[in-house]
Write a protein that binds this ligand. Structure first.
Ligand code: ZN
Length: 268
């Protein structure tokens, strides 16, 4: 049954002119990053997001903001891409996936090798000064913060640097959202991967794709509002099904008996 569904998704991918993936927290839970909303384990089950992860809270008291976010930041920075991230990167390399649109800020798609990634909610590996608007690479800053507890500050104005991700009360980055919307309009196949489609406005994108005639495939552990309109719905461990999907696609791209061994050049 599952294998049959995956074969069907592989056929859709191979036939698609422009396929994109839309990913959410579910693709990163196998990397040890807590989901935001899962009952019992979700990050926001334990604290009030508006009180902690909001722009207002950051402006009011950056030191308290950093203290509250520290356990989450430690998990994010230690996380490694899992087989689901790697499989999406492989599909892109094989020319079957145009881009990944993600709600995640964990940078794991890029770490896995995906090249075209639209990060709707920002990127934890960057920091921004909300006063000077300067953006700078941040993994070094955060590691120093985790080790020494010192809040990183802007070299020009001395204010606390904000992680360059979208806090509650902040709009999505306009340019990224427009590009992602363009992808949703342009695609003829969208894989919804590990996204519960509850966070607006990002969760609108699969519906934008549907309105423009795309087919939808939903791979998520729980039901989503888009399931009824999806071509295929798969509720199974993403770290298992996505690598299998990439494998099926690759086998069809290189039928047995042809020069099946990929060259070094292609592998990269
Ligand atoms: Zn500054």
């Amino acid at each position: 049954m599952l294998e049959h569904d995956l074969e069907q998704v592989a056929e859709l991918l191979l036939a698609a002119r422009h396929a994109v993936a839309f990913t959410g927290a579910g693709i990163s839970t196998p990397s040890g990053i807590p989901d935001y909303r899962s009952p019992g384990t979700g990050l926001w089950e334990k604290m009030d997001p508006m009180a902690v992860a909001s722009l207002r809270a950051f402006r009011a008291d950056p030191v308290a903001f950093y203290r509250a976010m520290r356990p989450f930041a430690a998990k994010l920075l230690a996380a490694q891409p899992n087989p689901a991230h790697l499989a999406l990167a492989a599909l892109e390399r094989d020319g079957l996936l145009a881009c990944v649109i993600t709600q995640n800020v964990d940078h794991l798609h890029r770490a896995a090798g995906s090249r075209c990634v639209w990060e709707l909610h920002g990127d934890l590996w960057e920091a921004v000064c909300i006063n000077c608007k300067r953006i700078l690479p941040a993994d070094g800053l955060w590691h120093r913060f985790l080790q020494e507890g010192i809040v990183p500050r802007c070299a020009s104005c001395g204010r606390a640097l904000k992680p360059n991700l979208i806090l509650f009360g902040e709009p999505l980055p306009r340019y990224v959202f427009l590009e992602a919307t363009g992808e949703a309009e342009r695609c003829d196949l969208m894989l919804v991967v590990g996204a519960s489609l509850e966070v607006a406005p990002a969760c609108e994108l699969p519906f934008v794709a549907l309105r423009h005639g795309a087919r939808l495939v939903v791979l998520n552990s729980a039901p989503t509002p888009a399931d009824a309109q999806a071509w295929v719905v798969i509720r199974h461990d993403l770290a298992e099904v996505l690598p299998r999907l990439a494998e099926i696609c690759r086998a069809r791209l290189r039928p047995l008996g042809s020069d099946a061994a990929p060259s070094e050049e292609e592998e990269r």
